[in-house]
Write a protein that binds this ligand. Structure first.
Ligand code: 4AZ
Length: 234
């Protein structure tokens, strides 16, 4: 997170970090005890090959030890067919199903998904363990948060469309003083009134004044797939 503040994992008990082996990759959010919502690009390889992905709950800093109750192995991951890495980051969403759900001893919770359109200028909170600048030699690897606002879609297309296509399955957000998500925050949630309205997806670095681009969970394509998947598997 660029320009944010220290946050307490106790305030975001649904927030998890996703690792390949032991290596930190991305944020994510528990939307049920056995399902994690994250970005598709966090998985790299598509669909099946997720057995070396691990989900850590209740971590304040990335080098804190994770007791077994807070650790789960991925079992399967679902990515919308629209996600075609390479050409664009459209539909950058994945649901990871855990081999075993978290139980009460994890003290984890779940966050509901906001399937409604965000109001103009909506205030959102973005959280993660990502870097605090583009060249973060002193990356503290502890949880940070910042408030950001929804950017009008025409401005989003105009400012970010020259880097990668901006689709209706995306929205831009930026905070006062250019606070924003940064490398490593990908996959984490954008919270709106206690719900997850988006997933950190991409940007042109951070702190440049350009908005961050996020997966829009209220877009009909995302909502339809996510709802039917959740009902059947989570
Ligand atoms: C990244 O590399 C990344 N400023 C994520 C979000 C943003 C930039 C980079 C948005 O994961």
């Amino acid at each position: 997170i660029f320009g944010g503040e220290t946050a307490s994992i106790a305030d975001y008990p649904f927030l998890v970090n996703i690792r390949r082996g032991k290596q930190f990759r991305c944020g994510g959010a528990l939307i049920s005890p056995r399902c994690v919502l994250t970005a598709a690009h966090c998985l790299e390889r598509r669909h099946q090959q997720v057995h070396d992905l691990f989900v850590h709950a209740q971590q304040q800093c990335l080098d804190d030890p994770t007791p077994e109750t807070h650790l789960r192995q991925a079992w399967f991951a679902w990515v919308p067919p629209k996600y075609q890495p390479g050409r664009s980051l459209d539909a950058d969403l994945a649901v990871i199903i855990l081999r075993q759900p978290f139980d009460k001893s994890a003290n984890a919770s779940t966050v509901p998904v906001d399937f409604n359109d965000l109001p103009e200028g909506a205030n959102l909170t973005v959280i993660g363990w990502g870097m605090t600048s583009n060249e973060d030699h002193n990356w503290n690897q502890c949880l940070q948060a910042t408030n950001v606002s929804l950017v009008p879609q025409c401005d989003c297309v105009q400012q970010m469309g020259k880097y990668l296509p901006v689709t209706n399955n995306m929205f831009c957000a930026l905070g006062a003083n250019s606070t924003d998500a940064c490398a490593g925050d990908s996959g984490g949630p954008l919270l709106h009134a206690g719900r997850s309205a988006g997933i950190v997806s991409w940007g042109y670095g951070c702190g440049s004044g350009l908005p961050g681009v996020n997966t829009r969970l209220s877009s009909s394509a995302m909502t339809w797939f996510l709802k039917s998947f959740l009902e059947q598997h989570c």
